[in-house]
Structure formats: structure tokens, C-alpha cells
Design a binder for this molecule. Structure first.
Ligand code: F55
Length: 831
């Protein structure tokens, strides 16, 4: 019988757990035969990639199963990270790093005549996020597993992730991201844990057996959610947690009804409508458009996840009253904020709990992270739309609101204005449900993502809530994982660091500080510079192959890589480029530090101005890159389709990191951390986490410019007139006039008029006000770069002082202050 086989024997017989180079090679060939059904002569790169992925997956499975068994046995307190986005990036390399077998596998593949780099390149990355918010969720999963914290990521398995970006004639064009078409070896479907989701319809009121007045939801649509699980292995630990993403399908029973009535096409149509729910990621990273499908997506994944958690609770024989003791749920922005109401509904309507108890459990369960200060990004749903999709939830929101406003009235008597401002319902015009208010009321903790951001939330965006519940507010400065963004993406620098200070910095990033003792060590400086140069040369090759532009690896690599948005001010960097170009045109022999300006990033497909800025970058590049007067001293490169894979090539190659948002607009930023960790110097404003980065690295190692948040507020309040700057700054005027004249657009003076007019007449992001300070600061950057010893010194100190910005530190802060959860050690017992 199965039991008779010794567990250890089963492990070894299977070839599926051994980590030595020979076993790995054997397992790989085995998978090529028995999983891909190929032999080497017919195998494609994808076959090899898949065979290797399954080889790695087997090693993960052993840890995953042991982790699940341990948590089940112990009934461990668990973090559930609710996020509409998880921007994971490719899994293969990361799993090899975390398993500690990267070098063995690279060598094993080489012995078979295969390149591990090439196999990694083959992986289609799961781009299930827009930008910082989705990538933060992914870094946090890595840290949760690395710190041995029991956790689940819950989200949506979009069939199409963030669009692929192409550039045609300088314009962004979008293509659908078919990331699943070659199959996904990292996930396992768990149809046995499917759940049903109700949508639409109406409510009915009735009196139950105990004489209580109750409400029941009669939906007009039911969809099925199917979970797909991906193991998330920690670094050098046995802990493998789960990312559980939901796919929507039509329930079988639904086709039956229509089939029986003979409405075949109707049944197929219903099925199609259901499957639309998890079809595509909304590509906006800044504004909520109030589309019904988006609200449906949010409710869908939240309801699936909460039902799944109740199943887990019951599976461990824990009573529902313990929900908040078993689970800490983090809401990644307001996208999953409907959870607050859905948990209330499940407890009250499905499990007959009374209101007070349900509310205690609910608000002790949830905590809310805010990621934005932009008013247009705060989610609001028109009451009509909300009520037609979630009629029962609207009733519950009214009840929550009434009780909440009673509390406000008691704390702040006779303050009708405050009640209107704080209500969960915006009644100033068309009526809306305010999701941030719901999240604040329904959570026991509220946090911003950088110190300045949290302060501004308390002073401004969520001021009333801070006054009402000051104890709920904390700051949790973002962090990034050093595994993916150093060990994997910058292996040479990582190895140099390890050779000097040992490898414990990888799990304890503060130890990078020990590098300071080598800052004046000439040999170390040479090595440091050589590795940066190597990364720049590799990026230069990539640029040659993809953009057909030759760039000089000795030039200063000045990089801005992030979503395109006016507040991030990619066009401020453009004004700098045009200014340098104008200086050269006025005096071709001018002494100038050669620079390569590199941009990467996507614009939301409906964001005209952001797309126009991309077009302008490409247009300026076309002129500057070819003008013989420039003599190759300036190059402008737009790298298309910026994603996690490309980001991993970019960070190691940067000399200068552009973090130039208008003060008070960028909640935190996380690219700023990745660049600095890889030894780039930052030019930046006092915005988001830049403030803390500068504090850590020292002001003498940071290029600061621009207005402060207070100065921006002050200018706005006192009638900011950008045109005055245009008229008084000759270089600014020249730059704007060049763009406006059609110089970069083959004489077409209309093309960039919307941008130029906006800057002259509105300039709501204060480019003109910050221009002079930015240019002066850039001139200083250019001067320092000429002194390579000084620059290298600053670069080393930047990396050495980035310890605070590990996502491990962020997660430890969340665990201690919000989640109250402890690590659980996992031992390997079974295969
Ligand atoms: C996505 C969808 C909507 Cl509807 C709204 C916003 C987004 C989104 O992607 N936001 C986002 O990425 N925000 C960023 O979060 C980062 C992580 O906290 C911050 O570092 C960054 O400042 C912030 O803009």
C-alpha cells in the first residue's frame, strides 16, 4: 500500500526534490520527455523553459505542501493581503534565487548547451498590475514568505494583464497581453474550492423564526469563482505561501436552465458575460472611471476570498466568531474595500450573527492602506450603479453610515458640515458611495505609504477621519525586495557585496551599512565602477538591438522609468533635454557632460496628455540623436513596454534616478528605492519616500531641487501664473518656443500645442516654477559626474544606506503594529 513506502524513499525515488546539479539535470530531461513530450532535436526554447519550470516547481511543491500542513495543524494566524493587482514579474529566476540553486542550475543548463538567461527570457511575465501598487503587493508577498509569516495573497487572475506597449511613429499603441497562451507552469487550479458569487437583482424583507426583521438578497445572476494557486517561496526558508487568484466562469447549472428552455445562444451568451469579469485588468493607475465591470471585479474577488477564508476557518474547526483572530486582512487601497460590507453580509445574512458582533469582527479584521493623494483617484460609485449590482450591500452601507454618523454627532455635536463631509454617501450632486470613507470606518488601522504621505493624509485628504479616529492612523513606509531587485537582477554587484560583508545583508538589508568602511578603498571603488559599467554596456546592447540607437556606456545614464503621468513630470526632464540641446545649438563647442536619457513607462490608453508626452520624447529623440552638432553627446531613448523584466535590466545600469514629481503628489514611489539600492544617485523633489531616502543617504549624497509641498500649496492659493516664469527665464522660453514652433515635429506647430498651452496657462504640476531649480541641480549633477571618484563614493554610500527600504522592514512594521502576527517555522517532513 501507499503507506508502506517510506516517505524519504518516495522523495528520492521521484527525482523531484534533489538540489544537486546532477539530479536537477536528470529531472529536467525527465520533464522534457514526460511533461513536454519532446526530445532535444525537436524541443523549442519554450519546451526547455517549461521543463526547467516544472523541475523548479517540484522543489517548490515539497515546501508548499509542508507549509500548508504546518499551518493547518497549528491553526496559525494568517495575513490575507487583498489586492486587485499583483505585479509579480517572472517567477523562474526568483524561485531559483529563493531556493538557493541559481548557480547550480545555470551551470547544469550550460553543460546541456543551454543558456539560463535565454530560458528566463522565454517566460511571459504575469503583468497583473499597473505599477507601484501592484508591484508593492508582489514585494510584500516575497517578504511575508521570507519572514515565515503565514499569509495568502488574494486577487484576480486576469486573462489579459497590463497591455503590451508598442511604439509606432513615436506614439504608444496598445496590444493585448496574452500571458497565458503558452501555459502557466507556476499555478495549480483548485476547482474543488470554487465558490458562487451573486450579482444584481433585489432584496426581499421577511421576519425570521425568531421574529427578527431580516433582508434576503435575490440576485439575478450567479457566477462561479475558481481559484488558481501559485506558490510564493521565501528566501532560504521552507516557507512557501500561496497567491490565490480567482477566475470567473458561468456555473454549470446556469446553462442547464437555458438549455432546457431551448435557448442555446442565450446560455452561451450568459457564459460569455460571466467570463468577462476576470477578462482584463483596467489599465488606469490614477483615476477611477466608475465602470460597472470594475465594481463587479472588485466584488467578485472579495466575495470569493472571504468565502474561501470562512471555508478554511471551518476546515480547522474554528468558530466564525474567531474570524478576526484567525485572519488579518490588509486592503491594498480601496479596490477591495467592498469587503467591509461583504463580510458583514456573510456574517449577518448567511450566519445569522447580530449586528454588534458582526461589526466587531469586521472592523477588527480589516486594515486599509491608502496609496494616493490625487483627488481624482479616490474611488466613488454612483448609487444607482452600486444598488443595481449590489442591492443588499447598499442597504448595509446605509445602516453602517447611520450608525457611524451617530458616532460623529456624539463626538462633534452641532457640526452638520462635518457630517456631510464624512458621510459614506456623497450627496453634493449625483449621489455616490465613497469607498475611502467606507474603508476608514470599517478598518481598525489606516496607513499611508511614506512619512510625508501619511502626514498629508492626516492634514488633508483624510483629516476628518484623523480627528475622529487618531489612534487608527500609522505610517508604513514602502519597501522593495532585495532578492529580486539586487540578488537576481544585479548578481555581480551582489557578489561583490557578499565578498566584502558576507551574505546576511540579503535577509537583513541594514547590514549594507558595513560597506561604508570600503567607501574610500580604491580597489573597491574600481570594482564598483566596473560592475556599473558592465550593466550599462549590457543595457547599451539592449538599446542597440531594440531601438537601433548607439549609446555610449561612458555617458551618464539618466533614467526615468515609471508610469506616465503629468504629476510625475517626465516632461520636466524633457525641458532639460531641450535646454541642453539649445545650449549646444547656440555653441556647438560647449563643454558638456555626455548623457544618455532613457525613458520607460506606459500611459493609460485614454490619457491623451500622457500619450502626447511619449510622442514628444520620441520626437525630440529623433532630432537630437541625429543632429551632427550634438556629436553624440546627448542621446534620448524611449524603451518600449516597460515591465518587471525590463525594470530588472534598467536599475543596475542607472547612474541617475529621476524622481521629480510635484511635491505632495507621489505617495511614496518605490522605483526611487530600487535605483538607489543599485547605486544610482537620485535627483528628486521633497516628495513621497524621497524625503526619507535623502534622510538616510545624507543630503550631500542626494540632488535636491524644487518647491516643497507647503510652497506648492502657497503658490496655488495665491494665484500661480506659470507664464511669468516663461517670460523671465530665457532658457525656459527658448525650450518652450522650440517645442511650440514645430521644430521637433517636422514643422507641425499644432502637434504639441495642447501640452504647450497647458503649461503656459495652467501648469497645475508647477513645471515652470521648478524649472530653474531643476536645471541648476542638473548642472551640478553634470559637474559631479566628471569627478568619477566623488561620484563612485556617493554611489556606494547610497547603496550602503538603503537598509531601511527593504520590504522586509515594511512587513515587520505591519506585523508588529497592525497585524499582530508571528512567524511560524516550517520543517520539511513529507514529499
Ligand atoms: C491602480 C488602479 C487605480 Cl483605480 C488607482 C491606482 C492604481 C495604481 O496603480 N496606483 C499606484 O500604483 N499607486 C502607487 O502606489 C505605490 C505603492 O504604494 C506608491 O509608491 C506610488 O507613489 C503610488 O502612486
Amino acid at each position: 500500500s501507499l503507506d508502506a513506502i517510506d516517505l524519504q524513499d518516495r522523495c528520492e525515488l521521484s527525482n523531484r526534490t534533489g538540489m544537486d546539479s546532477e539530479t536537477l539535470k536528470r529531472a529536467f530531461l525527465n520533464n522534457l520527455f514526460y511533461v513536454q513530450g519532446k526530445f532535444p532535436a525537436l524541443a523549442t526554447t519554450n519546451d526547455y523553459y517549461m521543463a526547467l519550470a516544472y523541475t523548479v516547481r517540484d522543489r517548490l511543491l515539497q515546501r508548499w505542501i509542508n507549509t500548508a500542513a504546518t499551518y493547518t495543524e497549528l491553526g496559525s494566524r494568517t495575513v490575507a493581503y487583498f489586492s486587485a493587482e499583483f505585479l509579480m514579474g517572472p517567477h523562474l529566476g526568483n524561485n531559483l534565487i529563493n531556493l538557493g540553486i541559481y548557480d547550480q542550475v545555470e551551470q547544469g543548463m550550460a553543460e546541456l548547451g543551454l543558456s539560463l538567461d535565454e530560458l528566463q527570457e522565454e517566460e511571459e511575465e504575469p503583468g497583473l498590475g499597473n505599477g507601484g501598487l501592484g508591484r508593492l503587493a508582489a514585494c510584500y508577498l516575497d517578504s511575508l514568505a521570507t519572514l515565515d509569516i503565514p499569509s495568502l495573497g488574494y486577487g484576480i487572475r486576469y486573462e489579459f494583464g497590463i497591455f503590451d506597449q508598442d511604439i509606432r511613429d513615436g506614439w504608444q499603441v496598445e496590444r493585448t497581453d496574452k500571458w497565458l497562451s503558452a501555459g502557466n507552469p507556476w499555478e495549480i487550479a483548485r476547482p474543488e474550492w470554487s465558490v458562487e458569487i451573486k450579482l444584481g437583482g433585489h432584496t426581499e424583507h421577511y421576519t425570521d423564526d425568531h421574529g427578527n426583521y431580516r433582508s434576503r438578497w435575490v440576485p439575478d445572476q450567479v457566477v462561479k469563482g475558481i481559484p488558481y494557486d501559485t506558490p510564493i517561496l521565501g528566501y532560504q526558508t521552507n516557507t512557501a505561501n500561496t497567491l490565490r487568484l480567482w477566475t470567473a466562469e458561468a456555473p454549470e447549472s446556469f446553462d442547464f436552465r437555458s438549455f432546457n428552455s431551448g435557448d442555446y445562444l442565450g446560455a452561451v451568451y450568459e457564459k460569455m458575460i460571466s467570463e468577462n469579469i476576470s477578462k482584463v485588468l483596467y489599465p488606469n493607475d490614477d483615476s477611477s472611471q466608475g465602470k460597472q465591470l470594475r465594481l463587479t471585479q472588485q466584488f467578485f474577488f472579495v466575495s470569493c476570498s472571504l468565502q474561501d477564508m470562512i471555508r478554511i476557518l471551518h476546515g480547522q474547526n474554528l468558530p466564525l466568531e474567531n474570524f478576526h483572530k484567525k485572519f488579518a486582512v490588509q486592503l491594498n487601497d480601496t479596490h477591495p474595500a467592498i469587503s467591509v460590507v461583504e463580510l458583514m453580509r456573510l456574517l449577518i445574512d448567511h450566519h445569522q450573527m447580530d449586528w454588534e458582533q458582526a461589526w466587531t469582527i469586521t472592523h477588527q479584521t480589516f486594515a486599509y492602506t491608502n496609496h494616493t493623494l490625487l483627488p481624482e483617484a479616490l474611488e466613488r460609485w454612483p448609487i444607482e450603479l452600486f444598488g443595481s449590482l449590489l442591492p443588499r450591500h447598499l442597504e448595509l452601507i446605509y445602516e453602517i453610515n447611520q450608525r457611524f454618523l451617530d458616532e460623529v454627532r456624539i463626538k462633534f455635536p452641532d457640526d452638520e458640515e462635518r457630517m456631510i463631509r464624512m458621510s459614506l454617501i456623497d450627496e453634493s450632486g449625483e449621489r455616490y458611495v465613497r469607498m475611502a470613507h467606507l474603508a476608514c470606518v470599517g478598518s481598525h488601522a489606516i496607513n499611508g505609504v511614506a512619512a510625508l504621505h501619511t502626514e498629508l493624509l492626516q492634514k488633508d485628504v483624510l483629516r476628518d477621519f484623523y480627528e475622529m479616529y487618531p489612534h487608527k492612523f500609522t505610517n508604513k513606509t514602502n519597501g522593495v525586495t532585495p532578492r529580486r531587485f539586487m540578488v537576481l537582477s544585479n548578481s555581480q554587484l551582489s557578489k561583490l557585496i557578499t565578498s566584502k560583508i558576507g551574505d546576511s545583508w540579503i535577509k537583513n538589508l541594514k547590514e549594507l551599512q558595513q560597506l561604508e568602511q570600503f567607501v574610500d578603498d580604491a580597489g573597491f571603488q574600481v570594482e564598483w565602477r566596473r560592475i556599473k559599467q558592465h550593466s550599462k554596456t549590457e543595457l547599451a546592447t539592449y538599446i542597440q538591438n531594440n531601438n537601433n540607437i548607439t549609446v555610449d556606456p561612458d555617458s551618464l545614464f539618466d533614467i526615468q522609468a515609471k508610469r506616465f503621468h503629468e504629476y510625475k513630470r517626465q516632461h520636466l526632464s524633457l525641458l532639460h533635454i531641450v535646454t541642453l540641446y539649445n545650449r549646444i545649438k547656440a555653441n556647438p563647442d560647449i563643454e558638456i557632460t555626455p548623457r544618455t536619457f532613457i525613458f520607460g513607462g506606459k500611459a493609460a490608453p485614454g490619457y491623451f496628455m500622457a500619450k502626447l508626452i511619449i510622442k514628444l520624447i520620441n520626437s525630440v529623440g529623433n532630432v537630437v540623436n541625429r543632429d551632427p552638432d550634438v556629436r553624440g553627446r546627448l542621446k534620448v531613448v524611449f524603451l518600449k513596454d516597460y515591465n518587471v523584466k525590463l525594470a530588472q535590466r534598467i536599475y543596475p545600469a542607472a547612474d541617475l534616478s529621476e524622481q521629480i514629481s510635484t511635491a505632495g503628489k507621489e505617495a511614496s514611489g518605490t522605483g526611487n528605492m530600487k535605483f538607489a539600492l543599485n547605486g544610482a544617485l537620485t535627483i528628486g523633489t521633497l516628495d513621497g519616500a524621497n524625503v526619507e531616502i535623502r534622510e538616510e543617504v545624507g543630503e550631500e549624497n542626494f540632488f535636491l531641487f524644487g518647491l516643497t509641498t507647503e510652497e506648492v500649496y502657497h503658490k496655488r492659493a495665491h494665484g500661480y501664473r506659470s507664464r511669468d516664469y516663461y517670460h523671465t527665464n530665457a532658457e525656459l522660453k527658448l525650450a518652450i518656443d522650440r517645442i511650440a514652433s514645430g521644430f521637433f515635429s517636422q514643422g507641425d506647430a499644432e502637434l504639441f500645442r495642447p501640452l504647450v498651452d497647458d503649461l503656459l496657462n495652467q501648469d497645475q504640476y508647477f513645471l515652470f516654477a521648478d524649472y530653474a531649480s531643476y536645471i541648476a541641480c542638473q548642472d551640478q549633477v553634470a559637474a559631479v559626474y566628471k569627478d568619477q571618484t566623488k561620484w563612485t563614493r556617493m554611489s556606494i554610500l547610497n547603496a550602503a544606506r538603503m537598509g531601511k527600504f527593504s520590504s522586509d522592514r515594511s512587513i515587520e512594521d505591519y506585523c508588529r503594529d497592525i497585524w499582530k502576527v508571528e512567524p511560524v517555522n516550517v520543517e520539511l517532513r513529507q514529499c
